[in-house]
Ligand binder design. Sequence first.
Ligand SMILES: *Cc1c(COP(=O)(O)O)cnc(C)c1O
Length: 410
Amino acid sequence: MPRLLERLQDEITALDAQSLRRRRQIAETACAPAQSLTLAGASAPRTMLGFSSNDYLGLAAHPALAAALAEGAARYGTGSGGSHLILGHSRAHAELEERLAGWMAPFIPEAQSLFFCTGYMANLAVLSALGGAEAVIFSESLNHASLIDGARLAKARVERYPHCGVAALDAQLGACDAPVKLIVSDAVFSMDGNIAPVAELLALAERHDAWLVLDDAHGFGVLGATGRGVLQAMGLRSERLVLVGTLGKAAGVSGAFVAAHRTVIDYLVQRARPYIFTTAAPPAIAHALLASLTLIEGEEGDLRRARLQARIAQLRRGLEAILPADGSAWLPDSPTAIQPLVVGDNARAMQAMAQLDARGLRVGAIRPPTVPAGTARLRITLSASHSEADVARLLDASGDALARPWKEAA
Ligand SMILES: *Cc1c(COP(=O)(O)O)cnc(C)c1O
């Protein structure tokens, strides 16, 4: 084997030895609580009850959205034909941006929006474009990888601030005399489910003349009375807000948007390389997203958000009742669809996941370095399409898994 290949293989082998090698499973059927999956190395699929999707409203396989996608393809074809600045920007993209701008208008003065192929690219775009050489980026320590990578791509200096550390951030901002400051935070933290102190962050942005970039990947569609996300839930309004929302999670399709004052959006169109140098997503995707927004803001969205809330309450009540008395597992305060059951020890998390797996239940086990040492967890995510019986099944199996003794990792 050439030496170059050997080097790669050595690294993969080392990951394998630490049980850190990642493998994919193949979904044979649409995203739904009960889904047929072929696991890595398995010869036949199994039907599993899953608690790890980001399909919070259960729209990923909604027939109305599949029909809208087909209608969009019939109208616009499959490919966009080019980048947004050349000829790929279709009427469907423009309409979607207008709808989203209207959604955000109560929270951002003179709001406009810009559609991206993915949230990852939207975050790269915002941070690299606004974080020029004269800027400093203040990055929350539990931020998503895409924000971290966006900060790396930016020419700005990057300072991390402690998780939800409003006082520390205040001091860091006060000590900074850069002409451009960006506060950057997940709105809902992806491994813990808690919501960032966004009102306090905005107050700091106002006091220190900074932008506040919020990544609402897990809030859009779910939080707020009509699903417009964290800004609606918290009742914020400012021209300093730059909101990134993703459209592949609760919205059930794919893509993302940035909403901000029209000058920010115009600047991104001129300067954001992840916007400019890539082929526009198929117009049919934008067409399907228009249908998704109609569902999210309508009665169906209300119903689904209420169902999701009921499942969250059911799960939390049930888990609280089965937590071991010795405090060796705990449930952080999360009001969202992301519900981590922290079991501390890595081996215990793996063992619990295997026990759930044996009973046909799919839950992710998250270990360091993704989360701090000693906080390995089962990361449960809920969807409006989970039934009361689905959650009851998870609770039943979790009770058994938690009751089992476990071997401390060597
Ligand atoms: C999923 C996610 C993203 C990336 O969005 P994609 O559309 O999947 O690329 C960005 N930020 C956070 C917090 C996420 O959870």
